[in-house]
Design a protein around this ligand. Structure first.
Ligand code: AMP
Length: 108
């Protein structure tokens, strides 16, 4: 489904795009700022990711997105759910970037 967002076939509020990555607002935000960061090529989950550089670039991109969203200084959380026990429901690799409130630990 996230491939269809990359292709512009379903709407999303896109906040930043590069050749390899896209950031857009989560439809069901769990914090005042809740963005999703995805690779523009299809990778199902972290388990399927073969390209370490792509993973590093995605993390750097998430950091930039957090800075530009104004949440970097106070702090934010990057979450990568993997497979059902990890809470993954959409099988296109994505980082959640959450901020704008204090996070709790441990996660559920
Ligand atoms: P996960 O449970 O880690 O796989 O996260 C999937 C996330 O995608 C959830 O937070 C959903 O709210 C979000 N989501 C699902 N469909 C869309 C969509 N079309 N646009 C934006 N966010 C979406």
């Amino acid at each position: 489904m996230f491939c269809r967002i990359v292709a512009g076939e379903i709407p999303a509020t896109i906040v930043k795009r590069t050749d390899g990555a896209l950031a857009f607002k989560d439809l069901s935000p769990q914090a005042p700022t809740h963005l999703l960061v995805i690779p523009t090529t299809h990778v199902g989950s972290l388990n399927d990711a073969k390209d370490g550089k792509m993973l590093g670039d995605l993390l750097s991109f998430a950091r930039e997105v957090a800075r530009e969203a104004g949440i970097a200084t106070k702090g934010y959380r990057v979450v990568l759910n993997t497979n059902p026990d990890g809470g993954q429901t959409v099988f296109h690799l994505h980082l959640h970037v959450l901020g704008g409130r204090a996070m709790q630990w441990p996660p559920g």
